[in-house]
Design a protein. Structure first.
Length: 129
């Protein structure tokens, strides 16, 4: 049994399969899930788990070299915008419709229970060396 970190077996397995350049979409409960990527749905109730909890947990386990978010987050969801701006120096903003298009190329989608708008980020995996 693992000592800590991410305990969800489906999520642990999916993370172990990721490689350099792979995309991981962390999304709120309302984001349309594209056909194709593996999906780990963590949503339990509205707000549980939160977008922030899941992003922080993933960042403790992944090397991330870039991130893309919807430009609309800055006005519609200041809490999520602040989290993203504080955690990603290479954050790119695109229109929400473009983020939905880009998410189709993700290797993994992690759905949270977040119920605030535009709490979505597409992470690009890096390499540890």
């Amino acid at each position: 049994m693992k000592r800590g970190g991410i305990l969800n077996r489906q999520l642990c397995g999916a993370l172990a399969e990721l490689g350099h350049g792979d995309g991981v979409l962390v999304c709120d409960a309302g984001m349309p899930i594209p056909a194709g990527p593996r999906v780990v749905d963590l949503a339990f109730r509205a707000g549980v788990p939160s977008f922030a909890e899941v992003v922080e947990g993933l960042l403790a386990e992944l090397v991330v070299e870039g991130a893309t978010a919807a430009a609309e987050v800055r006005e519609a969801n200041p809490a999520a915008a602040g989290l993203l701006a504080g955690r990603f120096t290479e954050l790119v903003y695109v229109p929400h419709e473009r983020l939905k298009e880009l998410s189709a190329g993700a290797r993994l989608v992690v759905r949270t229970g977040e119920a605030r708008p535009y709490a979505n980020v597409l992470l690009r995996c890096g390499v540890f060396f």
